[in-house]
Design a protein around this ligand. Structure first.
Ligand SMILES: C=C(O[C@@H]1C=C(C(=O)O)C=C[C@H]1O)C(=O)O
Length: 353
């Protein structure tokens, strides 16, 4: 068994902060274990460590500083049987509320300047026989293409997730990001046809990213749009890369990208206000971002950050998991279909509980 799994148990029962994560398609698992429960934050993004940032960019991001942590990297070993149990229990009230809010968003788009807004909800699932390590192992086992993490701080809470979306990968000034939007359920093949609604919605995200990056970088390259699989779902993805201007820094780049219209909307400020005013709950870290901040070998001059958008995630409190799911709304959205999309997205988390 990996050392990190034993340490998750110990740290969690001793109420000490930690994060354990595996990057998409990798076989190593990394972790930060903290020795005390001080709450460190960052707003400059200049420190080395692991960052956990909320959706609302005005709130501070939590930092696990590298120098305050025991950092571990191990080859991942997963033994044992998969016993994935799929159980569904949709909550009718939240279904009605969600559909009403989606209808309100479509109305707002048709009558005002809003072009796209991501509407999300929270669903509660009771966990019987809570076993943190087991849940995390199942998540690792099920989503090889995702950034799969468990994050804990006694003053903030316990979060787990398997996200398909990179916010930013940057090595010195060379960066990569992606535009990810549009969803359909995976049915045996990735060779699928996308409707105009999804193609347009994803194009909005790509154009936003391109416009934001044009101002602070050069050598921008936008790849062809492809279909990618994330567990039981397919999405449209366009890879983007470029070189950050030397007059800009990591913070400028993060601020330019986060939150993208993949999780917020367009125009960004209008969508952000609509979300903060109308959603039936507070997103907190859902649709924020997390990952390695300014790591790299001290012997070389390379500095790397690897940040992911916090999607397909849940917060666990007293044997109840709050699952967070959402989808992009445009003028062509149908409220009931959007509801179904969130149900399909919640499957990712329910599968492992
Ligand atoms: C907001 C979420 O996902 C985002 C929204 C998508 C969509 O609208 O189709 C697809 C992928 C993500 O960019 C979520 O999973 O909660």
């Amino acid at each position: 068994m990996n050392i990190c799994f034993k340490k998750i148990k110990d740290s969690y029962s001793n109420k000490l902060p930690f994060v354990v994560y595996r990057k998409p398609k990798e076989t190593t698992i990394s972790s930060f274990f903290l020795k005390d429960d001080m709450l460190y934050t960052t707003s400059s993004f200049t420190e080395k460590g692991f960052v956990f940032a909320p959706f609302n960019a005005e709130e501070k991001a939590v930092l696990f500083p590298l120098e305050k942590s025991e950092y571990l990297e191990e080859e991942l070993f997963l033994g044992g049987e998969k016993t994935l149990k799929d159980y569904f229990k949709t909550n009718e009230t939240s279904k009605e509320d969600h559909i009403k809010l989606v209808e309100k968003a479509i109305d707002e788009i048709n009558n005002n300047e809003l072009q796209k807004v991501v509407i999300s909800r929270k669903e509660l699932v009771a966990i019987t026989d809570f076993n943190l390590v087991e849940i995390y192992q199942k998540l690792l086992d099920s989503y090889a293409n995702a950034f799969v993490y468990v994050w804990f701080h006694p003053k903030i809470g316990l979060w787990l997730g398997a996200t398909p979306e990179t916010l930013l990968e940057i090595e010195n000034t060379n960066f990569k990001t992606m535009s990810l939007a549009g969803t359909q359920v995976f049915k045996d093949t990735e060779d699928v046809i996308w409707k105009a609604k999804e193609l347009e919605e994803q194009q909005l995200v790509t154009s936003f990213i391109e416009n934001q990056l044009k101002m602070i970088s050069s050598h921008l390259e936008i790849d062809k749009t492809e279909t990618v699989r994330a567990g039981n779902l397919l999405h449209l993805k366009t890879k983007v890369k470029g070189v950050l201007d030397t007059s800009s820094n990591l913070k400028t780049l993060i601020r330019a990208l986060h939150p993208t219209p993949a999780v917020c909307g367009l125009p960004r400020e209008l969508a952000r206000s609509f979300i903060l005013e109308n959603e039936h709950y507070t997103r907190s870290f859902y649709t924020g971002f997390l990952g390695e901040l300014n790591l790299g070998l001290s012997s070389s001059k390379t500095v790397k950050s690897n940040l992911f958008v916090n999607l397909r995630c849940m917060q666990v409190e007293d044997n109840i998991a709050s699952i967070y799911i959402g989808g992009g709304i445009t003028k062509d959205s149908k409220a009931k279909k959007e509801w179904k999309e969130t149900v399909a997205k919640s499957k990712v988390m329910k599968l492992v509980l």
